[in-house]
Design a protein around this ligand. Structure first.
Ligand SMILES: Nc1ccn([C@@H]2O[C@H](COP(=O)(O)OP(=O)(O)OP(=O)(O)O)[C@@H](O)[C@H]2O)c(=O)n1
Ligand SMILES: [Ca+2]
Length: 509
């Protein structure tokens, strides 16, 4: 009797201990989840802004970037929040009307005043970088180029932002910053994490970058192997703890507009009657060109000749094959002082990996409807060009009433030029051509040199990998909760078994 009472009390006590233990485990796990989640809740972020003006040969574009101040050294944190196209042509075109530069940037700078919170204006850097149009002007008249830069610098320093200067980028910088931009946006500088970040990550291959502007074009990529040939074409970077040896070259005068000027100057040399039958323009298209204007750019100088007329008329004949032949004459492949060259005796290692092709590469391909499929073959593009160039001008004009006449009339030339540059200039093959992605932006950020320029000048890309915990905070919380749950379940099962071993054994028998 005494024994039964005793065992009843024991059972009562152990049942309660079990309930208390189960209850505490549930509370502990709930508390752990709550603490983890509240700790992981994003803190109110403190943003910083940066402004870059891209003073290109054809126009100026302004970009406003924004990033959380605490995370400035992480990759992919900078976001483009605004793009503003400055009204009017590129700054180099103002060399004979400097006074007009006083008001040139006002509209876009007013946008900046609205987008960037007023309290942050004094700490928001503003950079202006000029490219090939200004490089050409500097070649012609250094003093004038300085005056243009002084004038834009003067107008930018009148704002309450932290103006950091206006300068002409070298072709190498332009190529390199474009390469940094797209690889930063594609997340190629960080290792691909494995097993929730528990295993060492894998180094990723970078994308090559190709930029086609109005006056110059750049190609930049990490070649298969480093070579001692033409050291001027190589830049070494150490980014996030990894070394990169990158090939880059900027072909001045091989932007879309200057290449066309060169072609016209080359072809008019052999005309005697002031008429230029041009296969790169549509049949029925006609345009008057002033001879002295044609020779103002240093790019067409090599074909300069005294002609018996002051102006000539382009008459389109719309023939892709003949246009291709004429364009190919712009690339001199008859000499190469290195083991391999692009054209004009410029070293170029074999192209390797994926490429992002942006600016006019994209504008032209988009117009030709060649950006909707991810993979574009060179046959597909040649066929498109053959058909497009043969369309009569009147039909083209009425089919695309919304497209600016200058752009529209030049797409036959531009597409043919792009094909020739990629195949004969850079030696892309049937297969490597398919590795080119024509892109305008990557997740809302424009592909171009400006972001890379700002990342570099604000020291946002560290040479060494920042020291971080091996796991992200959310992975850490997830694993802690999971293991605690496993522990709690094991504890409860253990207690049940300990409390009533006969039940367990009975089941087993
Ligand atoms: N919808 C558009 C817009 C532009 N273009 C062409 O694209 C070229 C300009 O490209 P862009 O990258 O804007 O040149 P810039 O930056 O001004 O020139 P650069 O980089 O050489 O200084 C021009 O030939 C222009 O005719 C085009 O064909 N279609
Ligand atoms: Ca450009």
């Amino acid at each position: 009797m005494e024994g039964t009472k005793d065992s009843n009390v024991k059972r009562f006590c152990s049942q309660h201990i079990l309930v208390i233990l189960g209850f505490s485990s549930v509370i502990a796990v709930t508390a752990l989840i709550a603490v983890g989640l509240s700790q992981n809740k994003p803190l109110p972020e403190n943003f910083k802004y940066g402004i870059v003006l891209d003073a290109g040969s054809t126009h100026t574009n302004l970009y406003i970037y924004k990033w959380p101040a605490e995370k400035k050294n992480n990759t992919g944190v900078v976001q483009e929040v605004e793009e503003c196209k400055v009204k009017g042509p590129g700054v180099a075109k103002y060399s004979n009307k400097l006074h007009a530069l006083e008001t040139y940037l006002i509209a876009c700078m007013e946008r900046c005043k609205n987008v960037v919170p007023r309290s942050l204006h004094p700490e928001t850097p503003v950079y202006l970088g000029a490219t090939a149009g200004m490089r050409l002007l500097r070649m012609q008249n250094e003093h004038l180029a300085h005056s243009v830069l002084d004038e834009v610098a003067k107008s930018l320093s009148e704002y309450s932002f932290d103006f950091q200067g206006a300068r002409i980028l070298s072709g190498q910088e332009e190529g390199a910053y474009g390469w940094i931009t797209i690889n930063y946006l594609l997340g190629k500088f960080v290792e691909k994490s494995k097993w929730l970040g528990l295993m060492a990550g894998e180094r990723q291959s970078t994308f090559g970058a190709m930029d086609l502007g109005g006056a110059s074009t750049q190609i930049t990529f990490a070649p298969e192997s480093h070579t001692a040939e033409s050291p001027d074409n190589f830049i070494n970077f150490r980014l996030y703890g990894k070394d990169y040896s990158v090939y880059t070259h900027s072909f001045l005068c091989y932007g879309k507009d200057e290449a066309l000027q060169q072609k016209l100057a080359k072809d008019i040399e052999v005309s005697s009657n002031g008429i230029l039958k041009d296969p790169c323009f549509h049949l029925g298209y006609a345009k008057l060109v002033n001879v002295s204007k044609l020779y103002t750019s240093p790019c067409a100088k090599r074909y300069e000749k005294t002609l018996p007329f002051d102006e000539f008329q382009i008459q389109g004949t719309g023939n892709y094959q003949q246009c291709r032949q004429s364009v190919l004459e712009l690339f001199n492949t008859s000499y190469c002082p290195y083991s391999q060259c692009a054209f004009n005796g410029i070293f170029l290692p074999p192209v390797k990996g994926n490429f992002g092709a942006f600016s006019a590469f994209y504008f032209v391909m988009q117009f030709l409807n060649l950006t909707s499929t991810k993979v574009i073959s060179q046959e597909m593009m040649s066929e498109t060009m053959r058909k497009y160039c043969s369309r009569p001008w009147q039909e083209v004009r009425t089919s695309f009433p919304e497209v600016h006449e200058k752009f529209l009339s030049e797409y036959c030339f531009a597409g043919t030029y792009i094909l020739s540059l990629l195949l004969q200039g850079y030696h892309f093959t049937d297969s490597s051509f398919k590795d080119i992605e024509f892109m305008r932006e990557i997740e809302g950020n424009s592909a171009g040199w400006t972001l890379g320029y700002m990342l570099n000048l604000t020291n946002m890309i560290p040479a060494e990998q920042p020291v971080t915990a091996p796991l992200s905070h959310s992975t850490y919380v997830f694993l802690m909760v999971l293991f605690s749950l496993i522990l709690a379940v094991a504890l409860i099962i253990g207690l049940v078994v300990f409390k009533n071993p006969s039940y367990f054994w009975k089941e087993m028998v």
